[in-house]
Design a protein around this ligand. Structure first.
Ligand SMILES: [Zn+2]
Length: 278
């Protein structure tokens, strides 16, 4: 698991957040962490020297949704024995993964990932830092989870962008609070989607012109997008969490949008989207 809850304060902790705590701070929360789904005790597993990411384990209830992410006892023991902190914990890259194909439909969890994305022709704006021997790559899904939990800053990680390192929270923006100075900037933008014209615009519809941010699907990807997602008429109840990478553009009406011409630059919570389908 990437995230747990404090038994008493109910505060949410992520694995990178705990990894970056002092040993004193780690001791303070020891024994007080629980699975946020089933409430069973959870414990922290440090980043290991062989490159496994920090995470949490728990003895979940049988029906707990987060149970599947538990590793075997054997690998747990191996990882518990690794106490060494590594300097590169704080630097991550981004793995651009295409979620809009059936092969990946069931793969909802977060895997340890090395190297570049699954396709060779991705233009990775977030380069690997050549000075780091091991660099972890996070998916858009994972970054969206942190944004939704409001824990981007707490991760304490840097992302490499155009050979520069930037704090994660500085390149991930909520589109609900975009301001005029952000026109033209490139980054990750997240928020809730509410509707579509079922063609090239998401979060934009003649009947629902209330959003100030839209996603535009380019002609070459729109067919695959809709055949995978399925079209839904009307407003999407409660909004569908999503995150997109790209450069902010502006239409003459003053509305902001990002054009997507590569589906690996977009992640939409498909479970919530499909729950809107009648
Ligand atoms: Zn659980």
């Amino acid at each position: 698991m990437d995230v747990v809850k404090h038994k008493n304060s109910e505060a949410i902790y992520s694995s990178y957040q705990v990894q970056n705590m002092s040993e004193e701070e780690q001791l303070e929360i020891k024994g007080l962490l629980i699975c946020r789904e089933c409430g069973k005790n959870a414990w922290f597993r440090k980043k290991s020297v062989d490159g496994k990411e920090p995470c949490f384990s728990a003895k979940h209830d049988d029906e707990c949704k987060l149970k599947k992410s538990n590793n075997s006892t054997k690998s747990k023991e191996n990882r518990m024995s690794q106490n060494k902190r590594e300097a590169d914990t704080n630097v991550i890259g981004i793995k651009f993964k295409d979620y809009f194909s059936n092969i990946l439909l069931l793969e909802d969890g977060e895997n340890t990932t090395e190297g570049s994305g699954k396709t060779g022709n991705n233009k990775n704006i977030y380069d690997k830092d050549p000075t780091q021997s091991v660099q972890k790559n996070w998916t858009l899904k994972r970054i969206l989870d942190y944004a939704l939990d409001n824990t981007l800053e707490k991760q304490g990680v840097m992302i490499t962008i155009n050979k520069k390192k930037l704090p994660l929270e500085n390149i991930v923006h909520s589109w609900a609070s975009l301001n005029i100075n952000q026109g033209g900037i490139q980054g990750l933008f997240w928020g809730y989607l509410h509707s579509s014209d079922n063609s090239i615009w998401i979060n934009s519809d003649k009947k629902y012109p209330y959003n100030n941010f839209s996603i535009k699907l380019s002609e070459n990807i729109k067919k695959r997008f809709w055949s995978f997602m399925g079209k839904i008429e009307g407003e999407w109840e409660n909004g569908v969490p999503a995150i997109v990478f790209g450069q902010i553009k502006k239409v003459t009406s003053g509305k902001y949008y990002i054009e997507v011409d590569d589906l690996s630059k977009l992640y939409i919570n498909q479970r919530i989207y499909k729950s809107n389908s009648k």
